[in-house]
Design a protein around this ligand. Sequence first.
Ligand SMILES: Nc1nc2c(ncn2[C@@H]2O[C@H](COP(=O)(O)OP(=O)(O)O[C@H]3O[C@H](CO)[C@@H](O)[C@H](O)[C@@H]3O)[C@@H](O)[C@H]2O)c(=O)[nH]1
Ligand SMILES: [Mg+2]
Length: 191
Amino acid sequence: MPDDHIRIHQVETLSDDWFLLKKTTFDYRRRDGSWQRQTRETYDRGNGATILLYNRARRTVLLVRQFRFPTYGNGHDGFLIETAAGLLDRASPEERIKAEVEEETGYRVGEVRKVFEAFMSPGSVTERLYFFVAEYDAASRASEGGGIAEEGEDIEVLELPLERALQMIASGEIADGKTIMLLQYAALHLL
Ligand SMILES: Nc1nc2c(ncn2[C@@H]2O[C@H](COP(=O)(O)OP(=O)(O)O[C@H]3O[C@H](CO)[C@@H](O)[C@H](O)[C@@H]3O)[C@@H](O)[C@H]2O)c(=O)[nH]1
Ligand SMILES: [Mg+2]
């Protein structure tokens, strides 16, 4: 796709509170060469990182459960089981995910390995998510985890056999996109 296919016409800030919601009007050059005016809203919450901790010998994974208000009421009770994750806040993905995984799970990991990057909701959310894996064992537990209570985090740590986690995808008990992707990666490549 050549670089000259977009001309930004107008950018309007609809909301700039916790995160940023913009409405952009732009001209898009279609594949047949004609220009078409379009408007799109984009929700910008920065980029993020997520990590699956796994134990090869025991064939287990570490996940977290927390209340996610946006899912509450959309056919879910809101308590999502997820891989540990956090927003980058201008840090590098590697740096951020190491701090985040310790905050949320209490486990301190040395080496983390990036396995892929993905846009999780490209029609409306700008965020690029960086996916990592790392090994853990009982000795890597440095604290209780649980997240930052002052920020409203109330995170429960779950250790599960990979087989059980995969069954929970099939049953709908695990319903978070990034988590499903990393568990499937583990089944294919790690455990
Ligand atoms: N006051 C307030 N707090 C908010 C709001 N939105 C989020 N927060 C708080 O901001 C903090 C963000 O926590 P992180 O651990 O850094 O991010 P995350 O929400 O876990 O995000 C991760 O998971 C997302 C969902 O899969 C990912 O989209 C994201 O990239 C990241 O990896 C949490 O304490 C959350 O409650 C808001 O509108 N108002
Ligand atoms: Mg988080």
